[in-house]
Design a protein around this ligand. Structure first.
Ligand code: FAD
Length: 512
């Protein structure tokens, strides 16, 4: 069976379309006007009347300029006319006045209408009242500016990080800290420091963000720079931001951000540090007194052991010859007394004070050592170049032994440069962190150690200052012992410049 399509004459179809078009324009809920080429109004729809207050018969024949409040700048009209007379559409905002004199902000689109020859015959104007929208935009803009000025003037470091931990918003204090850290992103440094201290627990917290929860809270970290040490109490809070993407308009997926807040606690810490340093000074003075005693007694044992060993070998020779001479018995008696004296001396050597291993930051230890030796260095006219890596991974170490070790190395450097008549007096202390180790370089501009003695200086009781002063030569050997106890090494590097360059390498404690 064939179906026949009903056919209508073209003129009839055009008639229907024209009627529908007219009804659509009439009933549209947007103000429409049609003008001649000089903007004289030929037609307005009911929505135009609702917006402007002018009925069609009141405004037809008048110019569109009747709506002007005379406060729109001339340059805008010039741009409008340049566009529309050139055959281009124009859109923009104008301040208009209704019939009752009230003002409104019109969002206007003008489209030129051309005839078959391409000449502009009319203009189509479409406008909406956007007064309320504009007020809202201003309020949002004001609020944004207000929030930005509050955030900027807040006396804390603030940064908002996206899910790739990139900074999307920061404040004035953040930028200041960035300058202090020589353009290194503070957010990265903070997260690294927190990660170094919290280990995998931060990793799991960062991997599973929960809005309103802290990824970490009030975590104290220190930044070491040439300008000094700064302390911050840092928190990371998960916050949500509305996603404005079109593709998620119906299926909202809000982004989660990490709000970093770092509050400087340097002032409070400095006070605490003063007390701690005074305590440390007393403790280290006692330690070094005990070390001195240990060093003296060990040296005495070492020195007595020499002749005792000779006496023992002489006695062994006499005994082998089988001559039971009185000299032999006297020697045996002296040997016995000598060994007894060595045993007594050994038992008098004080034990190392017991301490337990803990997470140790070498910047902190070296800062302590430099603080403790400041007076000596000032008196010796030594300039210190302290170049710490801003954040170091921590070591699992004995803090006091570490402190004593670095103090011994710094003391050695001071002593070397403090020689009479020695002019170059510069001490450089550098720290560098690697994923598996921390390196400390202590470099002085003193006379240095001759290449032939580079290994010898690590022998117990060897000193380049042997023969003068009270130095017994156990400093480097005990320092090496401390490094070895921490699975580390100490070596003395050759430098192009004069002086001595001691490098200490210590492994980083592994965390789960
Ligand atoms: P005008 O005498 O219009 O002069 C303003 C500037 O426009 C001058 O630089 C002038 O040289 C230039 N200009 C004016 N007419 C022409 C032209 N025919 N050809 C080239 N340049 C010209 N204005 C409003 O304020 N509110 C409205 O809602 C609004 N709706 C409009 C809708 C349509 C469809 C059109 C075509 C124009 C509309 N206008 C509207 C613009 C309006 O016609 C006036 O140009 C404007 O109001 C400024 O009026 P005026 O008397 O202060 O200055």
């Amino acid at each position: 069976m064939t179906t026949l399509k009903p056919t209508l004459p073209t003129e009839h179809l055009a008639g229907i379309a024209s009627t529908v078009f007219q009804q659509a324009v009439e009933q549209a809920d947007i103000a429409i006007s049609i003008t001649d080429a000089a903007a004289n109004i030929l037609y307005v729809n009911p929505a135009f009347t609702r917006v402007t207050g002018y009925a069609a018969d009141e405004i037809i024949g008048a110019n569109q300029s009747l709506l002007s409040n005379k406060s729109t700048p001339e340059s805008i009209y010039q741009a409008m006319w340049a566009a529309i007379t050139g055959g281009q559409p124009w859109s923009g905002r104008l301040v208009n006045r209704r019939k009752d004199g009230s003002k409104y902000l019109a969002d206007l689109l003008i489209t030129p209408v051309v005839d078959a020859a391409g000449a502009i015959t009319n203009y189509l104007g479409i406008q909406r009242d956007v007064t309320d929208l504009h007020r809202l935009e201003c309020e949002v803009g004001d609020q944004k500016a207000l929030i930005e000025s509050v955030v900027d003037s807040a006396p804390v470091v603030l940064a908002l990080l996206d899910n790739n931990f990139r900074v999307v918003l920061d404040n004035h204090e953040y930028k200041k800290l960035m300058t202090d850290l020589r353009a290194v992103e503070p957010a990265t440094v903070i997260l690294e420091a927190v990660r170094a201290n919290l280990g995998s627990s931060l990793g799991s917290s960062l991997a599973a963000p929960r809005v309103g929860r802290y990824a970490f809270h009030d975590h104290e970290i220190r930044f070491d720079s040439r300008g000094g040490t700064r302390w911050f109490s840092c928190s990371g809070l998960w916050v949500q931001r509305k996603d404005g993407k079109v593709e998620t308009f119906f299926d909202r997926q809000d982004d989660i951000f990490l709000l970093l807040v770092a509050k400087e606690t340097t002032r409070q810490r400095t006070e605490q540090e003063k007390t701690r340093l005074a305590h440390l000074q007393a403790m280290m003075a006692e330690e070094s007194r005990i070390d001195g005693l240990r060093e003296t007694l060990s040296a005495a044992v070492f020195k007595i052991e020499g002749p005792i060993n000779i006496m023992a070998s002489v006695l062994a020779t006499l005994e082998r010859r089988g001559t039971g001479s009185p000299a032999g018995s006297a020697l045996a008696g002296a040997l016995y007394a000598g060994r007894d004296a060595i045993d007594s001396l050994r038992s008098a050597i004080p034990e190392h004070t017991s301490e337990s291993r803990t997470a140790v930051n070498l910047n902190e230890i070296l800062r302590d050592v430099l603080d403790l030796t400041t007076t000596r260095m000032l008196a010796a006219g030594i300039t210190v170049h302290w170049q710490p890596q801003s954040v170091l991974p921590s070591l699992n170490a004995y803090p006091n032994r570490m402190r004593m070790m670095f103090k011994a190395l710094v003391d050695n450097a001071i002593e070397a440069m403090n020689a009479k008549g020695w002019r170059e007096r510069e001490l450089r202390v550098v720290t560098r962190g690697h994923p598996d180790r921390v390196e400390v370089v202590i470099e002085d501009s003193g006379p240095g150690i001759p290449p032939g003695l580079r290994y010898k200086v690590f022998e117990p009781f060897f000193s380049t200052r042997m023969g003068g002063g009270k130095h017994l030569g156990t400093g480097l050997s005990s320092a090496q012992q401390v490094a070895a106890d921490h699975d580390g090494v100490i070596d003395i590097d050759s430098t192009e410049r004069r002086g001595c360059r001691v490098r200490v390498v210590l492994p980083v404690s592994r965390r789960g």
